[in-house]
Design a binder for this molecule. Structure first.
Ligand code: FES
Length: 149
């Protein structure tokens, strides 16, 4: 979708800034906010590039560098941590051959850490884009990741 089409869904109010940035990021095939995205958001909201840049860099949900088609967010909050999220992170790193914050060479997966996903009863857990996947002790990560092409 053209950026202008994305913007049209929102009134050009500052209170819509986060929603606009979210929509632009979701519209970007590489799951990030490009310089062009930030510029067009600034222009639409009649504010400065540096203001938009400051907002985009403040929130961890926004990325200013290209990411994979699927974002894996492993919960690293206390309950998941007590249920061994550290081991989960290590296994995913090994399985995908990337570190936290990195993207696989085929641009399929990016690995990130997250705060509580609201599914503590299924700790340790993660999200793959919008899907919550819990009870990750002793799972076969390869078979999970094979579902995401
Ligand atoms: S602490 Fe991990 S889902 Fe709540």
């Amino acid at each position: 979708m053209e950026r202008s089409e994305v913007l049209k869904q929102f009134k050009p109010d500052h209170e819509n800034m986060l929603n606009i940035l979210h929509a632009l990021q979701n519209n970007n095939s590489q799951n990030y906010l490009s310089e062009e995205d930030l510029k067009i958001a600034a222009s639409y909201l009649n504010t400065t590039y540096s203001h938009i840049y400051g907002v985009a860099t403040y929130y961890t949900m926004f990325s200013l560098k290209p990411r994979g088609k699927y974002i894996i967010r492993v919960c690293n909050s206390p309950v998941c941590n007590m249920e061994n999220s550290t081991k989960v992170i290590e296994e995913i790193k090994k399985n995908l051959s990337i570190e936290v914050g990195e993207t696989t060479d085929d641009m399929r997966f990016t690995l990130e850490l997250s705060e509580c996903l609201g599914k503590c009863e299924e700790a340790p857990g993660m999200m793959i884009n919008e899907d919550v996947v819990g009870n990750l002790d002793n799972v076969d990560f390869k078979s999970i990741f094979d579902n995401y092409n």
